[in-house]
Design a protein around this ligand. Structure first.
Ligand code: NOJ
Length: 551
């Protein structure tokens, strides 16, 4: 790999959700050899990096975000040797590798937690987690009435009058980041993967690690009234950056320095704290993902985030999709655009539709795909880095109507089925129009794929002129001509439904969010997400205009 220190600033990063990407051994769960078998495909996309969601040993209570061993590979997914091979092969193809670090919580199967349960109250082992005495006689009640992010109480009984905190599923006990041994162990994990050649890290819920649990603990209502300004007991505390300052020193020991991106669901004004060079260096900006397909919203998000990125010395990351949210091709085809709700807004996108049964008849698939393609091209033209989630390059819709018996997401179980959860965006990829799992593997997939997956398959889209796959490949190839330039300026269109911006070298991006066609003053269209009509941007369409010189 070329020793470029700044590759992450303008990289297109493709998120692989390993369990659902490709299954080589036929057990229904995607694996590392499956990914290895698809390296040609990854290279053909023209991406700069792959981000692998967790592949570590895990009971899969939360799709692998419940890690039982941070420095190993789940035997169902492969071996450390497979991982070494994958890193080497991707590097040979010029693709960097980002892995997921999950520091807020471990799996309840992690040896530390097993030790803590066995060692009992007052033990050193319990100090690595957040154990508290229960309230009421014999500690039979949880210490507080806090609720977990996945629904239900945030405390679970240890069986001896003590309870442990789990911000997410009951199988994901929160670690105690006041402990030097917890801190030291994660540094060891970072070095372990960096030494194996990993180029960067995605930090799961980076804003939650440090906590102030001084007694008496506030109630849920009291907690809700405390401002999230750096001193909140549980969220986005200023002292979390002490952890990242230490990590930064580790990243900078390497040449080139290892990159990191924070998954931090914090107020936009506080994102730069995570994106500073002395902290993680980059932080996801989820604002585009949360926006409706709407010119005013997209414009505001871009303007604000470019300013925030500049303020932090970082570059913006653009995201429309990931393994936690309803896929864009469905989101943009819903009759009532989802609104921002409290809590974890993006996860709520489309949830109303899912709650109503996720019926396809409620979704305008054609409009949804048209807008998803337009949004993707809008995003890929922007300065900064962009993340694509596996299947986004296929315009794959959400699978809304998964049977209850097939569902795996803990949010579904913890909400008593009220919240259908995130399985619909995690259904294994269709590679071919037929076969027991549309080419995902030699047998059936761990989540059932609907019959309509055939038409979205990679093989079908390789053939079809104008397919989403071919569109994105072309866009990623063209993007290289201007991605590294800093130039960005809005161009006035005189139409509130049409956004236009200029990039370096004279490249321009025009998106028509409105219902009427928009006439261009130029005809040098390099790529269009919709109908190819010379000099016109049809509704729900993005075009890229090549420089007049044809550079
Ligand atoms: C954010 C991850 O993206 C999500 O999938 C996971 O459930 C939570 N963090 C908890 O680790």
């Amino acid at each position: 790999m070329a020793p470029d220190r700044d590759w992450w600033r303008h990289a297109v990063v493709y998120q692989v959700y390993p369990r659902s990407f490709a299954d080589a051994d036929g057990d229904g769960i995607g694996d590392l050899r499956g990914i290895l078998s698809r390296v040609d495909y990854l290279a053909s996309l023209g991406i700069d990096a792959v981000w692998l969601s967790p592949f570590y040993p895990s009971p899969l209570a939360d799709g692998g975000y419940d890690v039982a061993d941070y420095r190993n590979v789940d035997p169902r997914l492969g071996t450390l040797e497979d991982m070494d091979e994958l890193i080497a092969v991707l590097h040979e193809r010029g693709i960097r590798v980002v892995v997921d670090i999950v520091p807020n919580h471990t799996s309840d199967r992690h040896p530390w937690f097993q030790e803590a349960l066995a060692a009992g109250r007052g033990s050193e082992a319990r100090e690595r987690y957040i154990f508290r005495d229960g309230a009421g006689p014999q500690g039979a009640e949880p210490p507080t009435d806090w609720v977990s992010m996945f629904g239900g109480p945030a405390w679970a009984p240890a069986g001896d009058g003590q309870w442990y905190l789990h911000t997410f599923a009951v199988e994901q006990p929160d670690l105690n980041w006041d402990r030097p041994d917890v801190r030291a162990d994660f540094v060891r994990t970072l070095r372990f993967w960096a030494d194996r050649g990993v180029d960067g890290f995605r930090i799961d819920v980076a804003h939650m690690l440090t906590k102030d649990l001084t007694e008496p603990l506030p109630s849920r209502d009291e907690l809700a009234l405390i401002p999230v300004d750096g001193q909140h007991p549980l969220l986005d505390r200023d002292d979390v950056h002490e952890v990242y300052a230490e990590w930064r020193q580790v990243f900078d020991e390497y040449d080139p320095p290892r990159a990191a991106v924070a998954e931090a669901w914090v107020d936009s004004s506080r994102v730069p704290l995570y994106a500073r060079p002395e902290s993680l260096g980059q932080a996801f900006n989820f604002d585009l993902l949360e926006a409706d397909f709407d010119a005013a919203q997209f414009r505001r998000v871009v303007t604000e985030n470019l300013a925030l990125a500049a303020a932090s010395g970082s570059s913006s990351t653009w995201v429309l999709s990931n393994h936690d949210v309803v896929r864009p091709a469905t989101r943009y085809g819903l009759p009532h655009p989802p609104r921002k709700t409290d809590g974890h807004p993006a996860v709520k996108h489309g949830v109303q539709w899912l709650r109503e049964g996720g019926s396809d008849s409620a979704v305008d698939r054609v409009a949804g795909l048209r807008r998803a393609r337009a949004a993707a091209l809008f995003m890929l033209g922007l300065p900064g880095s962009a993340y694509l989630y596996q299947g986004e390059e296929l315009g794959l819709p959400e699978v809304g109507d998964l049977a209850a018996a097939a569902r795996q997401d803990p949010t579904f179980f913890r909400s008593g089925g009220q919240d259908p959860g995130r399985d619909g965006c995690r259904v294994p990829l269709p590679w071919s129009p037929d076969g027991p799992s549309f080419g995902f593997g030699p047998g059936p997939a761990h989540l059932p794929q609907p019959a309509w997956f055939a038409e979205y398959s990679v093989a079908a889209q390789e053939e079809a002129v104008g397919s989403t796959l071919r569109l994105l490949r072309r866009a990623l190839a063209l993007r290289r001509r201007f991605a590294e330039t800093a130039v960005f300026e809005w161009v006035d269109t005189g139409d509130p439904d049409v956004l236009r911006y200029r990039r370096g070298g004279g490249w321009e991006v025009v998106t028509n969010f409105g219902p009427a066609p928009y006439d261009l003053d130029r005809i040098e269209m390099a790529v269009t997400s919709g109908l190819n009509i010379m000099g016109v941007v049809p509704p729900d369409t993005t075009v890229w205009l090549a420089p007049a010189s044809g550079a």
